[in-house]
Every structure is written in structure tokens, then in C-alpha cells.
Ligand binder design. Structure first.
Ligand SMILES: [Zn+2]
Length: 350
């Protein structure tokens, strides 16, 4: 009997995927967000996700991002968010491995210590790994609203409480001036690098940012990969620098559209990054807030930018190469992805 063929959109949805750039609270479902808010008596502006997640720009979104941290309080809350987020991403986009940006500084404002945040997340993700076979690592995120000294203190917390799953340092939010300003956190990155943590940073994200921030994240912070980085295409010298250093980028097509105002088409900056020979890995960034998921980022995002099947597979593999896990885990992921590619290629309508 002939096998049923699949459309290119379905092919993109079914491709095996890693996700390297998602903020932990944003992997929560809207339903769980509303449920946890009710549990802890947190007033939300609305219980309707369409109203709750209606943003004008990045700054407007970040207000909602901050208060989402307020609904996750007990170990059980952290574990549920962690576990449910993996289950839904497997169903929505064939997730096989994920890295989470966790910001302990937001939770510290609500009286939780570093380990009270990190440990129940690890417990939930380990349970999900056993049930769904999805490996994970954690990248601790500096809250850019805090000072450079506070970021150094955060790195000291990471070093004082070593956990096998915690492998990197990154960032979220914006500075109080609503800028990226990577060099503000240079001391924290230097300390992290000296102790073997892997480094990433959010830079060049919107028209308010600059390609110079991308250069600073590479040359001053010593980042191993970068998040967003879209403004890089406005400076060919920085493109050459990133390519020369083997810097890979996590990009978030559908999510970025909502805050940048950029249209997803073949002239999009992400497509221009691909055409310039930069390695990109696709992620959701803030799935709940932008009402997206990993499958949609591929199915709608890559399709709208005119990315072909060979390039889509390379992007999926770039998501393994850019990961902060060990080489053995990468080897197993590549074998898994290659086998799934073969099966999917045979089903794709040409
Ligand atoms: Zn992000």
C-alpha cells in the first residue's frame, strides 16, 4: 500500500527539533498561567489569552513577562510548568532537546533563593526526560534591569551551587533605559568564563538595537552563541566576524514579528542571515506570550521566508551544533535526526 504523502508545511512541523532559546516562564501554557494565578491570588488583567497577551512592542511585552514570574511560587508549580512545557512541545513540534533561560533574580524579588528556583525546575525536567526522551540544559539569565554587580553576584550563586544541568549564562529583559548594553555585564561574563560556563546574550534584537551590540557580545563578553542578533545584517564586518568565529544564532521568527513589526517574507533579516552563511537555530523565545509554538516557528516562519527543505534540515542540525550539551548527547541527537529526516524525506510531496 502506498504511504500517505505530506505537504511541506507538515514536513516542517514534523521535523525533529531542538530549542535553545526559550525563557522558562514562557513555556507555561496560558491555561496553567491562569490556573496558577488563581491559586496564588494574583490578579490578572484578563483570563482571556487573546487580551492577556496583546502587546504593542517589546517594552509592553516585558511588563507581562515580569508578572508571569509571580504565579510560580511552590516547588510543585515549578515542576508542573517544567513537565507540561516539554509534553506540549513534543506534541506541537517534535521537540527532542531543549535549553531554558531561567532568571532567578525575578524570583528573588518574591523571596525565593537560587536553589529554590533551580532545583524543582530540574526535578520537573528530569521527569519529562524520562517520560518523553527530551534532554535539557539550563542557562541562567541575567536580568538586565539589575546592575552589573548584581549580575556578578548571580554568577557567584551559580558557582556556589553547581548542578550538572546548569551549563551557561545568558540574559533577559532590557536595562532600565530599555537598551541592550552588553558591556554593562562584562564582569559577570568574565567570571562565568573563568569557571567554564558557556556564554550567550540577547543582542541586535529590534530596530532600537544596533549591530555594534552584536560585536560587543562577541569581542567583549566572549559569547559562544548569540540570541536574535538580527541587526548584524546591517554591518557586513560584524557578519564576517561572527562567521569567522563560528558564532551561531538562536532566531525566533514568529515571536520576533510581534515585537519588531518586521514582516515574515524572503527579505526578512533571518533569511538574510541564512543567505550570508550564518548558522541559525529556530526557537520560540516566549511561546505563551506570543501565542506560538515550536512547530509553528518552522511551519509558518520558515515557510514564509521561503526556506527550502535542505536548509530547514540544516537549521535543525545547527540547533544541535549550537547546543551547550556534551558531545555524546549531540552525537545521539544527530543520529536520531538523520534517521527521522530520511523517513520524512520519503513522505514529502515533491
Ligand atoms: Zn529571549
Amino acid at each position: 500500500m502506498a504511504q500517505r504523502m505530506i505537504s511541506y508545511a507538515d514536513y516542517l512541523q514534523l521535523l525533529p527539533k531542538t530549542e535553545l532559546h526559550c525563557h522558562f516562564v514562557s513555556t507555561m501554557s496560558a491555561a496553567l498561567f491562569v490556573e496558577l494565578a488563581a491559586k496564588h491570588g494574583v490578579d490578572l488583567p484578563s483570563s482571556d489569552p487573546a487580551t492577556l497577551f496583546d502587546f504593542d512592542d517589546l517594552v509592553d511585552f516585558l511588563v507581562a513577562f515580569r508578572y508571569a514570574h509571580d504565579v510560580i511560587r511552590d516547588p510543585d508549580d515549578f515542576e508542573r510548568v517544567a513537565y507540561d512545557g516539554v509534553r506540549s512541545a513534543v506534541a506541537d513540534g517534535n521537540l527532542r532537546y531543549r535549553e531554558y533561560y531561567v532568571n532567578p533574580q525575578y524570583f528573588a524579588e518574591r523571596g525565593l533563593s537560587y536553589t529554590q528556583v533551580i532545583d524543582p525546575i530540574i526535578t520537573g525536567l528530569e521527569r519529562a526526560e524520562r517520560d518523553f526522551g527530551v534532554g535539557f540544559r539550563i542557562v541562567v539569565a541575567i536580568n538586565r534591569r539589575e546592575s552589573g554587580d548584581a549580575a556578578v553576584e548571580l554568577v557567584r550563586q551559580i558557582l556556589a551551587h553547581p548542578r550538572r544541568a546548569v551549563v551557561g549564562l545568558g540574559q533577559d529583559d532590557l536595562t532600565p533605559e530599555n537598551t541592550e548594553d552588553p558591556t554593562r555585564f562584562a564582569d559577570a561574563y568574565r567570571l562565568a568564563a573563568a569557571h567554564g560556563l558557556l556564554l550567550t546574550a540577547h543582542v541586535g534584537e529590534t530596530d532600537a538595537a544596533s549591530p555594534a551590540a552584536v560585536r560587543e557580545a562577541i569581542e567583549v563578553l566572549g559569547c559562544h552563541r548569540l540570541d536574535h542578533g538580527y541587526r548584524i545584517v546591517d554591518d557586513p564586518e560584524v557578519v564576517a566576524l561572527a562567521r569567522g568565529r563560528g558564532i551561531r544564532f538562536t532566531v525566533t521568527p514568529v515571536s520576533t514579528t510581534i515585537c519588531s513589526g518586521w514582516t515574515l517574507d524572503p527579505a526578512h533579516r533571518i533569511r538574510r542571515m541564512i543567505d550570508a552563511g550564518l548558522a541559525v537555530a529556530v526557537s520560540t523565545d516566549d511561546a505563551m506570550f506570543f501565542r506560538t509554538d515550536l512547530g509553528r516557528e518552522y511551519r509558518e516562519g520558515l515557510l514564509a521566508m521561503g526556506v527550502d527543505a535542505e536548509t530547514a534540515k540544516r537549521i535543525a542540525l545547527d540547533g544541535i551544533d549550537a547546543a551547550f550539551c556534551d558531545d555524546e548527547q549531540k552525537r545521539m541527537l544527530r543520529a536520531d535526526f538523520t534517521a527521522q529526516f530520511l523517513a520524512l524525506d520519503a513522505l514529502l510531496e515533491r
